[in-house]
Write a protein that binds this ligand. Structure first.
Ligand code: FAD
Length: 399
């Protein structure tokens, strides 16, 4: 590998950090550059909707201090954006037209929040993806603030819990009949809605946002059934999309950044990891985008191994956690493959598990307040998976 060109990482989140750390730990001594659009040292996102917003964590979410990057000769280009990729010349173009030649490139630009046209242009409408977003939202929340959250996914739910802890009056809107029931099933969706209601969040289901009224700031949201909701602050928590638009014209489809089990795209010397990509699941034989911490961390590490010519770690099932109202929710596997589930324990006491199966085969598990049982379910599901190998389809190089 020619170390004069060096390894370049586009994006500076979790996957980027894991890749850089693994490269240095495994002895890569060439040039190593991280290009990150944010002005911050790389940091961890899960605390943003939890302790950072609730004011219990402070801003101490950075993976490493500035000295670590200096000591490890990792050049950080902060506040700089990757704008184009030229795989023929092996060059990444960043803003101001600067071109960075690379020997190997990692695409790790993560994901960006989806927006709603009804909420465009209002200054009190927030998304939550970055530390800057968390600070801006936190500065608007306090006792008695009327906060409406559009979208009851995990981010929306965590924001609801954290804002409630700050004394805000919180309304959580969900367009579907139940939150997250498509993946986790109706009983869990009902339980999640009930958890928030018990804590004092006003939950409105089947709530179709039709409009917003206000002068510069949203003062009132309107729903399809004619309901009007007065608000001081609005959070749009309606999912994310890959931050991959900058790859247009590069030979990699920004709508589907496919990688093999080692994180290689179809373009030679170009890898991708984390929320931006669809990684190949060697067991299920499909490419999936995961959008969770554990996958981004593992994929970033795997890309470093591949760049150094080492074998990737074996595929691990997706998993995530969420903290809401002092309750830890953990999940592992692929509940989307399930056709049945069994609940054990007492949801009313916030102490239960759900084992999801396809026929007799366990495919996913959810644990509320029972971390040890998640480990047992993971083992059970993994053992079942080992009996069902799938062959990896080749991704053919395009250049
Ligand atoms: P990111 O962490 O998004 O990093 C990408 C970086 O690239 C960003 O800094 C971005 O600004 C930068 N970038 C984007 N475009 C460009 C460009 N063109 N040029 C240069 N830089 C660019 N997961 C869980 O499992 N459990 C949780 O409890 C949990 N909580 C979360 C809470 C919040 C508020 C958020 C936002 C996410 C949470 N997640 C959680 C998800 C988890 O944090 C992500 O899956 C993980 O951060 C993905 O890492 P990544 O490196 O792929 O992308």
């Amino acid at each position: 590998m020619s170390s004069d060109r060096g390894i370049v990482i586009a994006g500076g989140g979790l996957a980027a950090q894991r890749c850089a750390e693994t490269l240095r730990r495994r002895g890569f001594d060439g040039r190593l550059t991280i290009v990150c659009g944010e002005p911050e040292l790389p940091y961890d996102r899960p605390p943003l909707s939890k302790g950072v917003l609730a004011g219990t964590t402070g801003d101490g979410v950075h993976f490493r201090d500035a000295a670590w990057y200096e000591d490890n000769a990792v050049e950080l280009l902060l506040g700089r954006r990757a704008e184009a990729l030229d795989p023929g010349e092996r060059c990444l173009t960043v803003d101001r037209g600067e071109r960075l030649p690379y020997s190997e490139l990692l695409i790790a630009t993560g994901a960006a929040p989806r927006t709603l046209p009804q909420l465009a242009g209002f200054s009190n409408v927030h998304a939550l993806r970055t530390l800057g977003d968390a600070r801006a939202l936190g500065s608007e929340l306090g006792a008695g603030t009327r906060l409406t959250i559009v979208g009851a996914g995990f981010i929306g739910q965590e924001v609801a819990a954290s804002a409630l802890a700050l004394g805000a009056e919180v309304t959580l809107l969900e367009a579907l009949p139940l939150p997250l029931a498509g993946l986790l099933g109706e009983p869990v969706g009902r339980w999640l809605a009930g958890l928030h209601e018990e804590e004092g969040v006003r939950v409105k289901l089947d709530a179709q946002l039709t409009g917003a009224r206000g002068n510069g700031r949203v003062e009132e949201l309107t729903l399809g059934d004619g309901t009007a909701i007065g608000c001081d602050v609005v959070v749009a928590g309606v999912g994310v999309q890959p931050a991959a638009g900058w790859l247009a014209g590069s030979g990699i489809d920004p709508a589907a950044v496919l990688v093999d089990a080692a994180g290689r795209t179809a373009v030679p010397h170009v890898y991708a990891a984390g929320d931006v990509c669809r990684a190949f699941d060697t067991v299920r034989g499909v490419h999936t985008r995961t959008e969770h911490w554990d996958a981004a961390s593992r994929q970033g590490t795997n890309v470093a191994l591949a760049m150094l010519g080492d074998e990737p770690a074996p595929h691990v099932m997706p998993s995530f956690w969420s903290d809401q109202h002092g309750v830890r929710i953990q999940y592992v596997g692929h509940a989307e493959d399930a056709d049945r589930h069994v609940i054990d324990g007492d949801p009313a006491q916030r102490d239960f598990t759900v084992l999801y199966s396809r026929g007799e085969i366990p495919v996913a598990g959810l644990a509320v307040g029972r971390p040890r049982e998640l480990i047992a379910m993971r083992r059970l599901i993994e053992a079942a998976r080992r009996g069902q190998p799938a062959n990896e389809p080749a991704i053919e190089p395009t250049t």
